[in-house]
Design a protein around this ligand. Structure first.
Ligand SMILES: NC(=O)c1ccc[n+]([C@@H]2O[C@H](COP(=O)([O-])OP(=O)(O)OC[C@H]3O[C@@H](n4cnc5c(N)ncnc54)[C@H](O)[C@@H]3O)[C@@H](O)[C@H]2O)c1
Length: 307
């Protein structure tokens, strides 16, 4: 991808609308993939949102629709722009359609094994010129790209949840990422309207390292009986002006993701700061994953409802 892909030549037989913006292929239609798809579509990109089953891909599409509806209700997006964005998103199963994209954004679960396997497949399924970006929140990009023939194509592009509302993207060049790939990824995120910060490729980068300690410390305080979850949440919100308490935030992020992140930091640094609170591990084992499973630190009676 280059900076001028906005006005790429029309290839014979291609859809002329696609020449306006090159297609974005999003792998994983969960919380993040669906939000990223909505954001890219709002910026005018045709988007393929992919998952392992039709049901999951459709669910992701519905989630992207709800995120856009929410933005319309808040007045940040017009109803016409929402409809146009939704019309630009298609769902898919499998990586076949990746060959039509100039940027691929992987938003599959936070597992090095899953991501490495996916990138091996993506390297074959996509155009050699396409940028392969990972939305990982903690795994080193160099490790994700380690087994590829061309690790120079891989870059970290870390969006925040909820994607349409959060203005930041963290850009992480891997050890072997080519400078033009870094430039293309930065230009792409800027075109989405995001502010880009750059982090060195160390576990957790800047933001996740800070967040992991915050969430883990709150979990330890609850585990030790220092205060109730409501009082700990109130402490962060009213004492530090955080928009959400740590447990509300953990439920939004997903406890499985939060735990996986702590384990990556522990593996990477072997520093006791990152020793995950056993409470998190127990809750994940019990599938109390937060909003996405209907119950985490709080109970969510209905999709989108308050705790
Ligand atoms: N949740 C957050 O707040 C947040 C924020 C920033 C970054 N991230 C990162 O984004 C990534 C996704 O997180 P999430 O919260 O959206 O997870 P999620 O569990 O909501 O979604 C992951 C999706 O990937 C799908 N998937 C699994 N294996 C796949 C495969 N082989 N091919 C295609 N799809 C596959 C799953 O079916 C699921 O729909 C993770 O790397 C996470 O660390 C998460």
């Amino acid at each position: 991808m280059s900076d001028d892909t906005d006005i790429a030549p029309i290839e014979p037989g291609s859809d002329p609308r696609e020449s306006v913006r090159q297609r974005v292929f999003v792998v994983g239609a969960g919380i993040m993939g669906s939000g990223i798809a909505a954001q890219c579509a709002l910026a005018g990109y045709p988007v393929t949102l992919e998952d392992v089953s039709e049901e999951l891909a459709r669910r992701g599409l519905a989630h992207a629709g709800r995120a856009l509806d929410h933005a319309v209700a808040k007045g940040t997006v017009g109803a016409g722009d929402r409809d146009a964005a939704l019309a630009r998103i298609e769902s898919a199963i499998g990586l076949r359609r990746a060959d039509s994209a100039e940027i691929v954004i992987e938003a599959a679960p936070e597992s090095l094994e899953i991501k490495r396997a996916l990138f091996r497949e993506l390297e074959e399924a996509s155009r050699p010129s396409a940028v392969l970006a990972s939305n990982t929140s903690s795994l080193p990009i160099t490790s994700i790209a380690q087994e590829l023939k061309d690790p120079g194509r891989v870059v970290g592009l870390h969006f925040f949840n909820p994607v349409l509302q959060m203005p930041l993207v963290e850009l992480i060049p891997g050890h072997r990422t080519r400078p033009e790939v870094v430039d293309a990824a930065r230009a792409f995120a800027t075109r989405l309207g995001k502010t880009v910060i750059t982090s060195r490729d160390t576990p957790g980068f800047v933001t996740t390292r800070a967040l992991a300690v915050l969430l883990n410390e709150a979990a330890w305080m609850l585990y030790e009986g220092v205060a109730t979850r409501e009082d700990i949440d109130a402490a962060y919100k009213l004492g530090f002006h955080h928009p959400m308490g740590p447990f509300e935030l953990a439920d939004l992020v997903g406890l499985d993701t939060a735990l996986a992140i702590l384990d990556v930091l522990w593996d990477g640094f072997r520093d006791p700061r990152y020793r995950a609170c056993p409470l998190l591990r127990t809750m994940v084992a019990a599938r109390r994953l937060g909003r996405k499973s209907g119950e985490g630190f709080y109970v969510y009676p209905a999709r989108g409802a308050a705790p």
